[in-house]
Design a protein around this ligand. Structure first.
Ligand code: SF4
Ligand code: SF4
Length: 229
């Protein structure tokens, strides 16, 4: 899931300067789980913006499980509010940047509407865990090496992203860059030891194919049928 925070109201109002008739849209996926773009947060944002003199033409709030970044989920909700989208000066998105750009593309290319669209959230990356504490575990490098690292990602968990052993700065199992965190390489060592697989640390040095991180990346599922139920 993609974690996010609300942007400062002043920043949002800056984007909306001179744009008074608004459509607000949230997301029933990550932003609902992170309590930044679910129905209560969209309602609260509508209240705040109304107090600042904005006219809210519509609030679009896909329910839990309906992802704004997934066109088959978000498009029916946009379709229902097409008249308001035509009338608005701007769309404010309480979603991640994926959701915002998916909606921008649908509104522009499918409906032929050239509308300002602005972010209400600051996304902070993919995170797992819950129900209350979420942590970044994977940076989607395109070549997963967890099989070599006992299920602990040094690329993400080590601030230096060291792939072939520790830097030597660890003290009492903690990271020298961030002493609040365990050293990734101590964790990898301890886990391999518990698994009886310390020999894995003696293998050939890892050379990572960073070309797999070249952006923008894409996945084309056609002609595979996608079950959206
Ligand atoms: S190696 Fe780390 S960053 Fe790469 S895919 Fe695996 S968990 Fe994610
Ligand atoms: S102490 Fe461990 S986690 Fe921290 S930078 Fe060095 S190797 Fe990486």
């Amino acid at each position: 899931m993609i974690g996010s925070y609300w942007k400062p109201t002043e920043e949002i109002l800056g984007y909306l300067d001179g744009r008074n008739k608004l459509v607000l849209m949230g997301c029933g996926g990550c932003a609902t789980i992170f309590q930044t773009g679910g129905e209560p947060q969209v309602a609260e944002m509508a209240r705040i913006l109304s107090e600042h003199g904005k006219t809210i033409l519509a609030t679009i709030t896909p329910p839990l499980g309906e992802f704004t970044c997934f066109v088959p989920h978000s498009k029916p909700y946009l379709e229902k509010h097409l008249d308001k989208l035509e009338q608005c000066d701007a769309i404010l998105m309480l979603s991640c940047g994926d959701g915002l750009q998916v909606v921008r593309k649908v509104v522009e290319e499918d409906y032929g509407l050239m509308k300002a669209i602005v972010p209400g959230l600051d996304p902070v990356g993919h995170m797992g865990g819950g129900p209350t504490l979420f942590e970044e575990k994977c940076q989607q490098c395109g070549e997963c090496l967890l099989g070599r690292y006992a299920g602990i990602c040094p690329l993400t968990q080590c601030p230096k992203g060291l792939l072939n052993g520790p830097c030597g700065g660890s003290r009492n199992g903690k990271c020298e860059v961030n002493p609040d965190h365990d050293c990734a390489w101590v964790l990898i060592y301890e886990r391999l030891k518990a698994l009886g697989e310390l020999d894995r640390m003696k293998g050939e040095p890892i050379t990572k194919d960073y070309s797999k991180m070249t952006r923008p990346r894409s996945i084309d599922l056609s002609p595979v049928a996608v079950d959206t139920a």
